[in-house]
Design a protein around this ligand. Structure first.
Ligand code: ADP
Ligand code: UVW
Ligand code: MG
Length: 428
């Protein structure tokens, strides 16, 4: 029996939805994909592709989008009102709605959402302030608007359940750490799981034999050391703030910095709500830092496009700073994997689209044996873009380089839908 799966990915700057027709234990077949990007850099843009054909591309959204849930409603309307997509002519046609929930706390597997799971997830909202509450608002919309659908929570943290204790432990009082569950969780795991499978297939290897340094570089950016197909270490931590800088996030800084930034940083921000308690400190580091603070734009495309010149000092600085921070993880993970690295993999909006960033990182990491080929690197094409047949994984490495360098067009929505197709609980 076929079921329609709606796979919903609420990122910090975007909402992406893919619609699949799926059978149990089969790869889901994509019917349509729609997304609103640039929610943090208005006007947001809507793109809609149905059966591989672009219906709308980067159309400015006229509705006011306060939250990811507002974007979700526009996208759901786009899908259900499209006469070319009769499979979901009625909302009742949607059997499964799967949701990317960034922080899953101690959940190590996807969960069918009921009142208990929802309540437990609500307790985690403060740990992923740019994400969890927005995704949970979308879950509530689905409960209200798609009464026939089972809602499934897929966690960005679950792929990192394999990180060993000496890596996930913070050197703080263990009693407090245990009581408050203060440890490295790690995020972007749905993406890293997709990347692991896709690269294994591309290289003709079993995931269990694969070691990768994977970089998911989007509005939020992270690195992951993948050892024998499982997460060994990752740059995000207790929350998605740690590690690399992002569109509005500082990434790792000296933890004392925030007390020197402003007085009263411990007080609740006026932007806190009944459901989200965010301190001034968290707001400064999560929402008022990163590319927005350094350059005034959250669009890394604009930063990477600025040619080196004194007139572009802020953008050039942001670019160089990012290369430096990314390479610090590449070097560190190279050592923790003992130099047995099958590939350096670029993914996420920046990793997939910025040839300049890839070249700069590979050049800086050249001493480890990574190198890109200019033409291959510039020639990367997104799968399905403008009718092009770009592959999910593309080799951008230079002939003869000691290690491979790849680009992977990650697909979190597919990875979540695939998990649902394999979840027996959803098919009885
Ligand atoms: N051509 C480009 N070059 C570099 N970066 C780009 C380009 N196009 C988009 N981006 C970056 O990709 C980011 C979005 O990445 P994505 O992974 O889709 O984000 P999200 O974290 O919301 O899931 C944008 O914020 C933008 O900075
Ligand atoms: C975890 C995270 O930062 O996600 P995104 O990059 O989608 O904002
Ligand atoms: Mg994302």
């Amino acid at each position: 029996m076929k079921k329609i799966i709606l796979s919903i990915n609420a990122g910090s700057s975007s909402v992406k939805i893919s619609v699949y027709s799926s059978e149990q234990n089969r790869d889901p077949e994509k019917l349509a994909e729609t997304q609103i990007t640039g929610i943090t850099a208005p006007p947001a843009k809507l793109t809609y592709t149905r059966r591989g054909v672009t219906v709308t591309k980067n159309q400015a959204v006229t509705e006011r989008l306060e939250t990811q849930n507002d974007a979700f409603k526009v996208l759901l309307h786009t899908l259900t009102e499209d006469v070319g997509l009769p499979e979901i002519a009625s909302k009742g046609d949607i059997a499964i709605a799967c949701h990317r929930i960034v922080h899953g706390g101690d959940y190590t597997t996807a969960q069918v959402i009921n009142q208990d799971t929802l309540h437990h997830l609500e307790t985690l909202t403060d740990l992923a302030p740019l994400h969890n509450i927005k995704a949970l608002q979308i879950v509530q919309s689905c409960v209200a608007e798609l009464p026939g659908a089972a809602n499934v929570a897929c966690f960005d943290s679950q792929f990192h359940a394999s990180i060993p204790e000496h890596i996930y432990t913070y050197p703080i009082d263990p009693v407090v750490a245990r009581k408050n569950q203060l440890r490295k969780y790690g995020f972007h795991g749905i993406s890293y799981q997709f990347i692991t499978r896709a690269v294994a297939r591309f290289l003709g290897r079993e995931p269990a034999d694969l070691n990768l340094i994977a970089l998911h570089l989007g509005s939020g950016a992270s690195a992951c050391a993948i050892k024998n197909g499982r997460s060994w270490d990752t740059s995000m931590g207790l929350t998605p703030l740690a590690g690399l800088p992002g569109a509005t996030r500082s990434g790792s800084v000296d933890p004392s910095l925030v007390f020197h930034y402003a007085s009263d940083v411990g007080k609740l921000s006026p932007n806190s709500t009944k459901d989200l308690h965010i301190s001034e400190a968290e707001e400064i580091l999560n929402q008022r830092s990163g590319w927005a603070a350094l350059t005034g734009t959250t669009d890394f495309g604009a930063i990477a496009a600025a040619p080196p010149s004194p007139d572009n000092h802020a953008k050039n600085l942001a670019f160089d700073l990012f290369v430096d921070r990314v390479c610090a993880f590449v070097g560190s993970y190279y050592v923790s994997l003992g130099g047995r690295v099958d590939a350096l993999v670029f993914a996420g909006g920046i990793g997939e689209r910025s040839a300049r960033l890839r070249a700069a990182v590979a050049d800086q990491a050249g001493c480890l044996g990574f190198a890109v080929d200019g033409a291959r690197n510039e020639g990367v094409v997104a799968p399905g873009e403008d009718g092009a047949k770009g592959m999910v994984v593309q080799d951008v490495g230079r002939e003869g380089a000691r290690h491979r360098t790849l680009v992977c067009f990650t697909d979190e929505q597919f990875e979540m839908a695939r998990g649902c197709a394999e979840d027996a609980e959803l098919w009885t």
